[in-house]
Ligand binder design. Structure first.
Ligand code: TTP
Ligand code: MG
Length: 353
C-alpha cells in the first residue's frame, strides 16, 4: 500500500505578492497581463474570487466583475525561486517528488521513516515548515494514490489537509461528485449531468465499454478513478525524460483548422507543466494525434524550446496522414540526457516519426 501526498500552495502567485506587500492583504488582487495588452489572469486571491474572478480569465472581464481589482505584473523569477525553496523542504522527507507546476507536487512517502512513517504527520510538518520559512500557506491531500491525494488536497483548501485512508476509499469515492475528478471540465461535466451521472457511484454503474464509448480514452481512466483506483507512479523530477499534455475531445475535431485552434490552449498548459523543469534541456517537441478510428500518429522535430509555429507545422503533417476526425490531441517535449547535455541544437529540421 502506497502513501502519497499532494501539496498545492494556496493562491500561490497572489499569496507571494501579498506576503511581500502587506498593504495588499484584505484587498482583491490578481496577477496577470494588463487589459490594454489583452492579458489574462494567472491567479487571484480569495477576496477577488468572491467576485467570480478566476485564473485564465481575460483581465478585461475580471475588471468588469471587480472594478477595484488590483492587478500586479507576473514576476516569474520570484515565484520560481520560492518554488525551489519549497521543493527543498519536500526533499527532507522523500526523493520521490513529482512537481506538476510551480506550486503543486506529488510526494511518495511510502518509505519515509520520519514522524513514525505517518504520511499525515509528514504533510502537517511540511505545511508548518513552509509557513514558518516562507509565510505562505499550503493545502495537502494524503491518500493511497495520486488521484485520491489530488482530490483530497482540495477538500479542506485553503490552509488545510484531508486524509483518505485505504479503508475509507470505498466510502469516500461513492459520494464524490464527478466534477471533482481531475480532467472533468465544464463540457464533460455537462455531458455527465445530462446522462444523470452525478457521483462516482453513478459512474460505477457503467461498464468499461460504455465509459469509453461515451468519453473516449478518458473513459478508461474514469473506470478506475470512480472506484478510487489509480496505479500511476509518482515520477521523480530527475528521471523524467519527457513532459506532455493531451486532451480527448467530447466531439471529434472534424478538420485541420479546428485542430490548429486547440493548439494555443494546449501549449499554454504545456508551458505550465514545464515550469518545474527549467534545469532540463529540451531536445525535441512532438505532437500526437489520435483519429476516430483509434489510429495514432506522432510527428516530432528537433527544437530547444517551445515553438508555437513548429507545433502548427507538426500538426499539419500529422493530420494530413489520415485526415480523419480527431479524438485526441497531445503536445509534448523530450528532454536531453544529462550526460550529453552540452552543446546546443541549432538544427531545426523536421523529422517525421
Ligand atoms: P493553481 O494551484 O490552480 O491556483 P492557485 O495556487 O493560485 O490557487 P488555489 O488556492 O486554488 O490553489 O495554480 C498555481 C499557480 O499557477 C497560480 O498561482 C498561477 C499559475 N497559473 C497560471 O499561470 N495560469 C492558470 O491558468 C492557472 C490555473 C494557474
Ligand atoms: Mg495552488
Amino acid at each position: 500500500m502506497r502513501k502519497i501526498i499532494h501539496i498545492d500552495m494556496d493562491c500561490f502567485y497572489a499569496a507571494i505578492e501579498m506576503r511581500d506587500n502587506p498593504s495588499l492583504v484584505g484587498k482583491p488582487i490578481a496577477v496577470g497581463g494588463t487589459r490594454e495588452r489583452r492579458g489574462v489572469l494567472c491567479t487571484s486571491n480569495y477576496e477577488a474570487r468572491k467576485y467570480g474572478v478566476r485564473s485564465a480569465m481575460p483581465t478585461a472581464h475580471a475588471l468588469q466583475l471587480c472594478p477595484q481589482l488590483i492587478l500586479l505584473p507576473v514576476d516569474m523569477a520570484k515565484y520560481k525561486a520560492v518554488a525551489l525553496k519549497i521543493r527543498e523542504i519536500f526533499s527532507n522527507y522523500t526523493d520521490i517528488i513529482e512537481p506538476l507546476s510551480l506550486d503543486e507536487a506529488y510526494l511518495d512517502v511510502t518509505h519515509c521513516q520520519q514522524l513514525q512513517g505517518s504520511a499525515t504527520k509528514i504533510a502537517t510538518a511540511i505545511r508548518e515548515q513552509i509557513f514558518k520559512e516562507h509565510q505562505l500557506t499550503a493545502s495537502a491531500g494524503i491518500a493511497p494514490n495520486k488521484f485520491l491525494a489530488k482530490v483530497a488536497s482540495d477538500w479542506h483548501k485553503p490552509n488545510g489537509q484531508y486524509v483518505i485512508t485505504p479503508k475509507q476509499v470505498d466510502e469516500f469515492i461513492v459520494q464524490l461528485p464527478v466534477t471533482k475528478i481531475p480532467g472533468v471540465g465544464k463540457v464533460t461535466a455537462k455531458k455527465m449531468h445530462d446522462m444523470s451521472l452525478h457521483t462516482c457511484a453513478d459512474l460505477q454503474k457503467l461498464s468499461l465499454e460504455q465509459l469509453t464509448e461515451q468519453f473516449g480514452l478518458f473513459g478508461q481512466k474514469l473506470f478506475n478513478y470512480c472506484r478510487g483506483i489509480d496505479n500511476r507512479e509518482v515520477e521523480n523530477l530527475r528521471i523524467r525524460k519527457s513532459v506532455s499534455v493531451e486532451e480527448t475531445f467530447i466531439n471529434d475535431l472534424t478538420n485541420l483548422t479546428s485542430c490548429m485552434n486547440k493548439l494555443p490552449t494546449l501549449l499554454n498548459q504545456l508551458n505550465q507543466r514545464l515550469q518545474p523543469y527549467t534545469d532540463k534541456i529540451i531536445k525535441n517537441q512532438f505532437i500526437k494525434i489520435k483519429f476516430n478510428n483509434f489510429t495514432q500518429t506522432t510527428a516530432e522535430c528537433i527544437s530547444s524550446d517551445l515553438n508555437a509555429d513548429l507545433y502548427q507545422q507538426l500538426c499539419q503533417i500529422a493530420y494530413q496522414r489520415y485526415q480523419l476526425p480527431v479524438r485526441l490531441l497531445g503536445l509534448g517535449v523530450h528532454f536531453r540526457d544529462k550526460n550529453n547535455a552540452q552543446g546546443h541544437v541549432e538544427q531545426l529540421s523536421l523529422n517525421i516519426a
